[in-house]
Ligand binder design. Sequence first.
Ligand code: ADP
Ligand code: MG
Length: 359
Amino acid sequence: MQSCLEPAVRPGTAGASAASGTGAETPAPTLGAALLQIRDLRTAFHTRRGTALAVDGVSLDVRRGETLCLVGESGCGKSVTALSILRLVSPPGRIDGGSICFAGQDLLSLSERAMRQVRGARISMVFQEPMTSLNPVFTIGQQIAEAVELHQDVSADEARDRAAAMLRQVGIPDPEIRLDDYPHQLSGGMKQRAMIAMALVCRPDLLLADEPTTALDVTIQAQILDLIRALQQASGMAVILITHDLGVVAEMADQVAVMYAGRIVEQAPVNDLFGQPLHPYTSALFRSLPAAHAEGERLNVIRGQVPSAFSYPAGCRFCERCAAAVERCRQEYPPFTEKAAGHWAACWQVPTQAGAGNA
Ligand SMILES: Nc1ncnc2c1ncn2[C@@H]1O[C@H](COP(=O)(O)OP(=O)(O)O)[C@@H](O)[C@H]1O
Ligand SMILES: [Mg+2]
């Protein structure tokens, strides 16, 4: 087994300068040992048009029992980050660098066979689109029971019972009957819940949930988020939750990481991030929220465009849209530093407050 037990790297420590090959180091803000430790992850799509740097130096830590919410506009690299953790990025996408350490194992150097043991059993993923993980030619029951049998030593009857119990937990009525349905016999919301049941039935250590409840009505959404929280409390499951919904973030997150153009631009405990967003992009994101506007008022969308992943500028990637930008922002990418205790941001214009670790 490949292990990776080196301690987390923090800026200002001896290891920080060696942590990255990209010049723009992004050490993850962390205290204590993490279940998942991503360092300087780089995943790119190598196409005929050129190379799209979808994930471009991402570092993140997630501890047991913790929920990290990953937020940011469409196309910023959230899904590719999650897919990279499971090594499910398909060509022309490829992980080009960095490391992903999970429970002491270096996932990027595991054999494909060993990786299959990790997927589903220890790390599972819920996608936005349920048919990404449901197979149309098998019944829901077969698929969920198979997930159980593959990773746990139980009889076929026991696996079926667990599948039914899980379907009930995600709010599917008459689960014993629904077990024999094929995916096309279920509505969109039911398919989504069946997929969530499949992801949770093996009690993973880490759940990657990519906009899992976007398509569901609010009652079912609340029920599923409650279920995820209950499993966290019972088993210490860690969660990376990708969502557009800042209401969900407020309710679920311990930590929030804000992504922009392939990088993390801000990270903090949820109350600190909502209470005092530091990066101009995060502030703009909050202002663009529908809830912040009177009915009928025009949505305050962030002006300008996200730079193309095929050709990022040298400096801060947000600077063309940023009211606070100065010349330096155009020239040099700002380092990701601790601006206030536990509150990190990559911005030249945000001062470091007293009490920050490296102040
Ligand atoms: N199949 C693909 N081919 C080329 N580029 C891709 C492909 N999939 C994703 N990308 C690139 O990766 C970026 C991040 O995508 P993604 O992680 O799906 O964003 P999101 O934050 O919306 O989940 C996109 O903006 C795009 O540049
Ligand atoms: Mg996505």
